[in-house]
Design a protein around this ligand. Structure first.
Ligand SMILES: CC(=O)N[C@H]1[C@@H](OP(=O)(O)OP(=O)(O)OC[C@H]2O[C@@H](n3ccc(=O)[nH]c3=O)[C@H](O)[C@@H]2O)O[C@H](CO)[C@@H](O)[C@@H]1O
Length: 366
């Protein structure tokens, strides 16, 4: 099979695509892939590290307010469609899959115009603009939350879950905490603000450092690549805690996650798929800056099942943050019940389900 994959901007759209590619490559090594992304999105770095053929297009996203920039965006979209048509004609894929982010729009749209079967994967409980638009043109829409079914043409929707769920399981005890100078046998709280980091979370964590120093747990804190320099400057002034490791980004998250006890972070859908696949309890601080407040809706699926505690950003203080971690890590009953609730939401067979969707649209065409 030849598969074109496109998804980008943030890790939440790139990692599911990558997980799908890695698994298919492992099971069917003769499958050929082409990844289409942008130069500015996280995909350019992440995908090219994996030696997956990568082609760039130049496209920007819509501004939600009235803006002249949107006219340029529409022009770039049609230019992008023309570029994608050329790439697709040259590569001759059997199927195209878009995992969201605006870059996938011209790719999937071009596939539809060339009558190449196409599938989109929606990670969130409420879909973004790109996938809503593309759902008209594709054969199947793969979703991760039942609640997003209502936004798409019913007969096209298949509940698959997120391929990252399949990728993170089975790696327990991989000993990856040593790489950060942390100990393997001490419970670890992993704190991060999504794939790009989040300033309000960073501010609260920096103020919590002294409080963490006396805890019977340790902290692995990811600042986000672009925030790392600022955080390090502040930490240099206030002093470090020996049980807190601070890093800009982690490239082997699928291994690291298996060894942590609780996750604190935003409520990006791909992170939630990983957390629930592993049955981890979580403290979620949904980003209030995303379309339709979709992270809060993602988070509420976990909180209403008893798998997570929600900490709204406007209530976030270092005291609340530390108290929430204490509540989970210092009480075994709470830890166990949240872990079980989390595990019940996990969909570890997601990759298999999504691959079957791809096969079904390819076979239908043949
Ligand atoms: C601001 C924004 O638009 N956020 C969206 C974006 O979030 P974002 O890109 O933050 O996505 P998620 O939190 O869902 O996923 C982050 C991914 O990056 C990985 N990771 C993170 C940090 C790190 O150091 N290393 C690493 O590998 C995580 O393990 C995960 O696989 O996509 C999500 C999925 O569509 C959406 O739900 C979010 O609302």
């Amino acid at each position: 099979m030849k598969i074109v994959v496109s998804g980008g901007g943030t890790g939440g759209h790139v990692y599911p695509a990558l997980a799908l590619i890695r698994t298919i490559k492992e099971k069917h090594p003769d499958t050929q892939f082409l990844y289409i992304g942008t130069e500015k999105g996280l995909e350019a770095n992440i995908v090219q590290r994996e030696n997956i053929p990568f082609k760039k297009i130049h496209i920007t996203g819509f501004k939600r307010s009235l803006s002249l920039e949107n006219i340029k965006t529409i022009m770039r979209f049609f230019k992008g469609v023309r570029e994608c048509k050329k790439m697709l004609k040259a590569f001759q894929p059997d199927v195209v899959i878009g995992t969201g982010g605006y870059v996938s729009a011209p790719v999937v749209y071009a596939a539809a115009k060339l009558k190449i079967p196409a599938v989109i994967h929606e990670q969130n409980s409420v879909p973004g603009l790109t996938n809503k638009f593309l759902s008209r043109y594709v054969q199947k829409v793969a979703i991760c939350f039942e609640s997003s079914r209502q936004f798409f043409p019913g007969q096209k929707v298949v509940l698959t879950g997120n391929p990252r769920a399949s990728e993170v399981i089975g790696k327990k005890g991989s000993g990856r905490l040593n790489q950060f100078g942390l100990k393997e046998h001490i419970p670890t709280a992993l704190i991060f603000g999504g794939s790009r980091g989040a300033r309000p979370i960073n501010e609260a964590v920096i103020k919590s450092l002294a409080q963490f120093a006396n805890k019977p747990y340790q902290v692995l804190y990811i600042t986000g690549e672009t925030h790392y320099g600022d955080v390090e400057e502040e930490v240099a002034l206030i002093g470090r805690s020996p049980n807190v490791a601070i890093v800009p980004f982690i490239h082997n998250m699928e291994e690291v996650l298996a060894d942590v006890a609780v996750v604190v972070g935003r409520a990006g859908a791909t992170s939630l798929a990983e957390i629930t696949a592993l049955g981890l309890p979580a403290i979620l601080i949904p980003s209030p800056y995303v379309t339709n407040n979709h992270q809060e809706k993602n988070a509420s699926v976990l909180t209403s099942a008893g798998a997570a505690i929600m900490l709204p950003e406007k209530e976030l203080t270092s005291q609340r943050l530390v108290a929430a971690i204490d509540e989970i890590l210092l009480d075994h009953e709470i830890l166990d019940s949240m872990s079980e609730a989390s595990k019940n939401l996990g969909m570890p067979d997601a990759t298999k389900r999504l691959y079957n969707v791809l096969l079904s649209v390819v076979n239908k065409r043949r």
